[in-house]
Design a protein around this ligand. Structure first.
Ligand code: ADP
Ligand code: ZN
Ligand code: ZN
Length: 760
């Protein structure tokens, strides 16, 4: 990196990050500095030599050059966690476009002091055999929560209260009754919140180490062999849920630890369930810590500190766990790597998978990705040979894959059924109720769908330029029981193309061309009407607003206190209910016609995951997918659980339309208090991109008003730039940043989003 000046932070305490000092880079040090490099600088009136970190290298002097001091020297071999974090921040800033401060705040955890807290523990008062017997008795009486707790206590005689009440779903009343029965005791003691997560009380014994299958062992051995040969690769483990990926992760961690290294495991927040965490605790005891969004800043800071001091070796958590300051990081694992939650929604809009790649490069660590439905990006890289692919084909527990049936809702209409439920789904639900087995109904309702489709022939209104669904705007809810509403204005969220709503299908002339707007609440009402005796639970954004409600609904369903669980995509992630033998997917088309290019991929993932919920117990399972487009490739491949077939078709579409991963896509979001000003700025920026890079093959789409045109009185405009070469998009971003700086616009009024996860 070259440039005449270096912007340097003199002190890495979080409060002081906002302030950098500019120094001249002397000729002798030219080319030796980059963001993150530790240097000695003369500081203050006495020119005392202190340590600083380079944040930025530039040719633009911010002060009177005559008054600038020079960097004294580079500190050799100063590989510090701070230096690494700064290098990572530098990469994030450059790669995603943000201020250095925003990038630094992302990678450097806040330091906070902690107050002592009261920790409560649940202790067993009987020995393991007695507990097991008691658990057995409760099981017979269908007191599932009690049975589960006693069973856990028979393995581990003391459990943290928060774990038992939270993830284990045992109510305080249940605890009291077990306490009265003399089986358990509640203990409270003051403690500093240490690195221990909810379950990591000391004394977890090493148990449950499984003999790996040949396929699992192959993966572990191959990765280890490469590691020992000095190769730090990226690996993808493609395997259905239950194929043994987690077991592979744990064995890899074990081996990396044996070499004195540390590991970070990313798991989407929603999949950080008790069942998953407890497996790690059992195996690695107090060397594990967990991050999640419910931690206070103090708790977070404390856990990061434990990592910095080397008191733990394994950090599990969502996106933010990636920034654990391990000195000896050897391995990063990203489970469910396709999850959109790995992409940050605020600036800098980084993707954890990509940042993990860079982190591993800096730290010389290996990266392991795992998924049942890998992202198109990752699979594409695997096909290109950049990522080594391993496949796990069979489920190791939880029975065979379920039988999947696709129900054509156009035929239902033709034959006189206007209900949300197909006749087959209705019949199967009735049968499950009779047999006392459980059903999950999944309403595929992702983002604001608002697409318009024909119920008679399945035709969907699409943008002629972008090949994504048009969205319906400004239609009041009609309240119709079949979930459809009348026509409104139709808009493309990429290019702004607009057309009046239609009242007649352009394909078949039917008047049943409508926007789909059914909600979970409507489904719940209908269920209560059709099956008055069924016990129904609903899980969506409304019913999970209060703290703990999410866990409460799940544990009630796990305890078989309900027959049917209705929900949005929330219910399909990472939960195993042995009693579920039927999964119904209503309106599978919904996410298919989202207004962005990932709609097909999202649909395939959701359907595959939802189907995977059926038959996790010994009973076997059935899945019903309801759709108006049974011939659609995402639905066809999902019903066959055929990932390869889906990938090939999806990729050819992306290739044709120049969407990621075949090309790069940069979304530029322009925010302004004044509508005309925002529109003018968006136009100027888009013109700049087109003028400077259009000849080089960059396509500029838009600008147009964003899908949500105004939030909190701030107007939003967006345009997109596509190019086959990602690095050209980075150059576009740099050019736009220069324009913004020249015009002296507030740097926060323009946001960059590379390869966006959804449209704006
Ligand atoms: P995934 O992470 O792919 O969903 P898991 O690692 O959770 O798969 O394994 C699924 C189930 O199979 C778990 O109950 C796990 O304990 C069990 N399992 C995994 N590997 C083995 C093995 N080699 N032998 C026996 N059971 C296994
Ligand atoms: Zn039609
Ligand atoms: Zn368009």
């Amino acid at each position: 990196m070259t440039g005449r000046y270096a912007n340097i932070i003199a002190d890495i305490s979080h409060e002081k990050l906002d302030r950098t000092f500019q120094y001249i880079i002397p000729d002798a040090l030219q080319g030796r500095l980059e963001p993150g490099t530790a240097v000695m600088i003369p500081f203050g009136a006495g020119n005392k030599l202190i340590r600083g970190y380079v944040m930025e290298i530039t040719d633009r002097a911010e002060y009177d050059v005559g008054k600038l001091k020079s960097v004294e020297s580079v500190i050799e071999d100063a590989v510090t966690p701070e230096g690494d974090a700064l290098r990572l921040a530098g990469w994030i800033k450059e790669h995603y476009g943000s201020t250095m401060i925003a990038a630094l705040k992302t990678v450097l955890p806040v330091k906070r002091k902690l107050k002592p807290v009261v920790k409560r523990t649940i202790c067993a008062l009987e020995d393991a055999d007695t507990l097991k017997l008691a658990a057995h008795d409760f099981e017979k009486k269908h007191q599932v929560a009690k049975a589960r707790l006693l069973h856990e206590l028979s393995v581990q005689p003391a459990l943290p209260y928060s774990l038992v009440v939270g993830k284990l779903g045992v109510s305080p009343q249940t605890l009291r009754s077990l306490e009265n029965a003399g089986l358990i005791r509640l203990e409270a003691h003051e403690a500093y919140k240490n690195s221990m997560p909810q379950g990591g009380a000391p004394g977890w014994q090493k148990k449950d180490v499984r003999q790996l299958s040949e396929a699992q062992l192959h993966i572990v051995n191959e990765i280890q062999t490469e590691y020992e040969a000095g190769i730090r690769g990226t690996y993808l483990i493609h395997g259905v849920t239950g194929s043994g990926k987690t077991e592979v992760y744990m064995e890899l961690i074990e081996r990396v630890r044996a070499m004195g290294k540390q590991a970070i495991v990313l798991i989407p927040e929603i999949a950080l369930t008790y069942q998953t965490l407890i497996r790690f605790y059992r195996r690695f005891g107090e060397r594990v810590s967990v991050m999640n969004s419910r931690l206070s800043p103090g708790e977070r800071s404390d856990r990061y500190e434990c990592a910095r001091r080397g008191e733990i070796d394994i950090m599990i958590g969502p996106r933010s766990a990636l920034f654990t300051p391990f000195e000896r990081l050897g391995l990063v694992i990203i489970d469910e790597e396709h999850e959109s939650g790995y992409k940050s929604e605020s600036m800098p809009k980084y993707h954890a998978r990509e940042v993990a790649g860079e982190l591993c490069r800096i730290k010389r660590a290996s990266l392991v990705l795992g998924s049942a439905t890998p992202s198109i990006e990752t699979y594409y890289r695997a096909k290109q040979g950049e990522i080594r692919l391993f496949t796990l084909k069979e489920r190791l527990a939880g029975g065979a894959l379920p039988q999947v049936r696709v129900e054509d809702m156009r035929r239902e209409l033709k034959e006189g059924n206007r209900s949300i439920f197909s006749r087959r789904l209705y019949a199967l639900m009735a049968e499950r109720l009779k047999k006392g087995e459980q059903t999950m109904l999944f309403l595929n309702r992702r983002g604001y769908a608002g697409f318009v489709s024909c119920r008679a022939c399945g035709h969907v209104m699409k943008c002629p330029h972008c090949d994504v669904s048009l969205s319906e705007h400004n239609v009041p809810h009609s309240g119709r029981m079949d979930g459809f509403s009348a026509a409104g204005r139709l808009v493309c969220h990429y290019c702004g193309y607009e057309t009046p709503g239609v009242t007649k299908c352009p394909e078949c002339g039917s008047k049943y061309i409508l926007g789909f707007r059914a909600g979970t609440q409507q489904v719940e009402e209908l269920l209560k009407k059709e099956f008055p005796n069924a016990r129904v639970l609903r899980m969506d954004a409304d019913t999970t607003r209060t703290k703990g409600s999410y866990e409460k609904i799940l544990s009630a369903f796990a305890n078989e206190e309900a027959d049917i669980l209705v929900g949005t995509q929330m219910i399909v992630k990472g939960h195993d209910f042995a009693g579920v033998t039927l999964v119904g997917i209503l309106a599978a088309d919904m996410s298919l016609h989202r207004n962005d290019f990932r709609a097909g991929e999202r649909t395939f993932q959701l359907l595959t995951q939802a189907a995977g919920r059926a038959g996790r117990g010994t009973l076997g399972g059935e899945v019903v997918i309801q759709t108006y487009q049974p011939e659609n490739y995402a639905i066809v491949h999902a019903s066959r659980q055929d990932y390869e077939g889906f990938f090939e078709e999806e990729l050819s579409y992306r290739d044709l339309m120049l969407y990621p991963p075949v090309a790069g896509m940069l979304a530029v979001l322009v925010l302004a208090d004044d509508e005309l000003l925002g529109a003018a700025r968006a136009r100027e920026l888009a013109d700049c991109a087109a003028k400077s890079f259009g000849a080089g093959g960059a396509a500029v789409i838009g600008p147009s008003g964003a899908g949500i045109g105004k939030i909190n009185d701030v107007y939003r405009f967006v345009f997109y730039v596509k190019h086959r070469d990602y690095s050209v998009l980075v150059e576009v971003k740099d050019a736009l940043e220069r324009l913004i700086a020249d015009r002296q616009w507030n740097s926060e009024s323009v946001q960059f989003d590379f390869n966006p996860m959804s449209s704006y």
